[in-house]
Design a protein around this ligand. Structure first.
Ligand SMILES: N[C@@H](CCC(=O)N[C@@H](CS)C(=O)NCC(=O)O)C(=O)O
Length: 192
């Protein structure tokens, strides 16, 4: 098994690094220099024509692409500690929040940071509206889906992306999100 990541802290490879740290998993890793275009070599494009990381290559040559699919696979072969949930209801709630946060927080945060003008402003509005709902969801909870999970990892990636470049601050009214962010940043994995 070989996990392809980046050399820096791009959001999706970082998500995998956080996941491995939280699981205590030590997989063989090959780092690609994305700035140098190593994800676009003919050899790598044969593995992932979408030219991105992370990807997981199994010993039989099977290539699994998409950070969520890779985490789901690793979770099945290494169920403990559970980061997607130990029972069907928890798993459903973790997946629900993970999707809501990738789509509602991370993707708008990324668009806000990478675009300009109206596109960036529209993304910021979406991000703010969704974070207000995440704040409500965190009421009375330490972690997004009750127990620590990949939904929390996704929220850290989303919030760190939003703060990239220093043009975003959390609304002080989002006390639950702010407290969650402090708790999350105190975990050793968050510094990865
Ligand atoms: N939806 C994919 C996104 C993967 C992705 O966008 N990876 C970026 C790094 S964050 C990448 O490899 N970019 C290189 C490129 O676009 O050339 C996932 O969750 O794995």
């Amino acid at each position: 098994m070989l996990l392809y990541l980046d050399t820096k802290r791009a959001p999706n490879p970082r998500k995998l690094r956080l996941y491995l740290a939280e699981k205590g998993l030590d997989l063989p890793i090959k780092q690609l220099d994305l700035r140098a275009g190593e994800q676009k070599t003919p050899e790598f494009l044969k593995k992932n024509p979408f030219a991105g990381v992370p990807i997981l290559e199994l010993d039989d040559g099977t290539v699994i692409v998409e950070s969520l699919a890779i985490m789901e696979y690793l979770e099945e072969i290494h169920p403990n500690p559970p980061l997607i949930g130990a029972d069907p209801v928890t798993r459903a709630l973790v997946r629900m929040w993970e999707r809501r946060i990738e789509i509602g927080v991370y993707l708008p945060a990324s668009r806000m940071v990478l675009s300009k003008g109206e596109v960036s402003e529209h993304a910021r509005k979406t991000l703010v509206a969704r974070l207000a709902l995440v704040n409500d969801g965190l009421q009375g909870r330490e972690w997004v889906a009750g127990h620590f999970s990949i939904a929390d990892i996704m929220l850290l990636i989303g919030l760190d992306t939003a703060h990239h470049g220093g043009q975003f601050t959390l609304d002080p009214a989002w006390t639950n999100v702010s407290r969650w962010y402090e708790r999350m940043k105190a975990r050793p994995s968050a510094s990865i």
